[in-house]
Design a binder for this molecule. Structure first.
Ligand code: ADE
Length: 226
């Protein structure tokens, strides 16, 4: 999968993409991540990417021309017949879910357009195939949401997770929270690992885990069961 990130702040991604599962996916060539500096597509001599809003008001608005030029440049660098989506992280978008992560993992390319000012010129929205929000709060820009989405998508790609980290045991994998996990020691500060997990009875363990998933979901996230 090819991920393109159009941003004014590519350095923000180094830590998150340089470690752990995303790094492994890149090293294994399952994932390729390219960055495009939005400012390189500003056409005036001051390389201005934002301007004050028509009609007045506080803050600056991201200008349409650099964004359109950057997106067109990115699209021109890959085959137009591959399956791809242009995603705008935006608090007004559809709220991101595990199901959406799985859906996006089936694409060949995702292009993220990260804004970093008070808003996008409304015409920029016409470029997007989808607006995605990572929750009902406002962040400073689209970079953190893009990192969150890439992380969740990358671990859904085939061969990214080792069998020891299988997504099957994840919370949300089957629409429910994951079951409780334990490791050594068997007893810690009086808290004891449930006997069934030490029983060696795989059918009983599976049944216990399913019951626990359901019970946890019912108490912590009953909205998921609706
Ligand atoms: N940009 C600013 N806040 C955001 C959010 N919550 N989700 C996605 N993009 C955003």
């Amino acid at each position: 999968m090819l991920i393109d990130i159009i941003t004014l702040f590519p350095e923000m991604f180094a830590g998150v993409f340089g470690e752990s599962i995303i790094k492994r996916a890149v090293d294994k060539k399952i994932l390729e991540v390219r960055f495009t500096q939005l400012r390189d597509f500003a056409f005036d001599k001051h390389r201005q990417v934002d301007d004050s809003p028509f009609g007045g008001g506080a803050g600056m608005v991201l200008k349409p021309e650099p964004v359109y030029r950057a997106v067109r440049d990115v699209l021109s660098k890959s085959d137009e017949n591959i399956s791809r989506k242009i995603i705008l992280p935006d608090p007004g978008g559809e709220v991101f879910t595990q199901a959406k992560a799985k859906e996006l993992a089936a694409l060949d390319q995702i292009v993220f357009v990260c804004g970093h000012y008070e808003g996008f010129d409304a015409r920029i929205y016409d470029l997007a195939d989808e607006l995605i929000s990572i929750g009902d709060y406002v962040l400073t820009g689209g970079e953190l949401p893009a990192m969150v989405i890439v992380d969740a998508v990358a671990r859904m790609l085939p061969d990214v997770l080792g069998s020891a980290e299988s997504a099957v045991t994840d919370s949300f994998f089957d629409g429910m929270l994951g079951f409780p996990q334990y490791t050594r020691p068997r007893e810690f500060e009086g808290k004891i690992v449930p006997d069934v997990l030490l029983s060696g009875n795989h059918a009983e363990i599976k049944k216990w885990r399913e019951e626990q998933s359901l019970a946890l979901t019912r108490t912590r996230r009953p909205d998921l069961l609706k």
